[in-house]
Design a protein around this ligand. Sequence first.
Ligand SMILES: [Zn+2]
Length: 390
Amino acid sequence: MKRMTIFLCAALAVLIVMPCAVALCVELAAEKDNGGNSVLMLSSDRLGTYGRLLVDYGQASDIVGSNVSLQQGTVDWYHKYLEENGGAEDDNDKENSGASVKNIEVKVYFHKEDIVRKVDLEEYLAGVVLGEMMISFEEEALKAQAIAARSYTLYMMEQGEGASHKDGAVICTDHTHCQTWKDPAELYNAYPDEQAEKYYEKLMRVIDDTKGKILMYEGKVVQAYYFDNSGGFTESYDSVWGGENLDYTQSIPCMGEADKDNFCTLDYFSAEEFLERFKKANENVDATAETVFSTIKILSRTESNRIDEMSVGGVVFKGTAMRSILGLKSTNVIFRELDDGRILTVTFGYGHGVGMSQWGAQAMAERGSTAEEILKYYYKGVEIVNLYEL
Ligand SMILES: [Zn+2]
């Protein structure tokens, strides 16, 4: 009898609690309407009332805009690089193949091993693609990732030996700092041999098919930021990092992310812990566990609904600071107080939101978009060029 009661309670909990949590997320989800068009439900926080925005991938090229003519910035840098590294291209070879120029080497800081190594750019990128996306993703999404990561790496190389990396490395393998990296050989530890072989070949195909391809905007290589899941809308560069915006980063809707990982995350904090975290960040936070929820004020949100500034206990925090104080997946957060006094955070998306959504790229690829279409959707107005043919 007792066992039956427990079973019924558990079943009721699943039936009642789960759909509530799911509904909360799905209410703000992307869906298809009766006509089969992709429809994005906008949250009430963004529009005041629920609104609908029709987005048809077929029109993405119209949204992206006009061609941009190449200028000399990155071209000059690349030729200088070849000169300095003794890799001036052999004209005879070049006539036979555009990819016959000397490959570029990147000085990478491998943060786990704490060493700096010079790695061939394309070999390095295989590890980045494997680390940054699941190898089971659609090949076109993986290709988009390879091109974005190659662009970002080139951008970092152009910046030179930053003080932020040791021993003259230009990029590191820490995903919270630059971009993550996983040794392709690890596929053989993670999967049975036959599957590992297939995935390894898939990875090499992705790198080969995109070899040398980078994103350019007004003659410069694009700072091709990317992230896990936008939670509905991407973010512009200036909203996250200040300064002047990068034209190709704008707040645009992402389709098909709602049923993917990290679209919507619920976290629970006791009022005491919530208060303690903010007090640790700033001792001037003036509140008690009983009052702290009532002191939360959202002062401003960005165009994409992420929190720009908020205050807790009378102290103003940037949304980005709040995110790290609470350890949340993004700054697009709604706060709720529960009957038992705990504070619930509902977080949309995962990552800074600037540039390409990786789950959004996967969703587009599942619906038949090519890598080029994906990239031109997320980075507005860019061109794709081959570095080795510049
Ligand atoms: Zn780094």
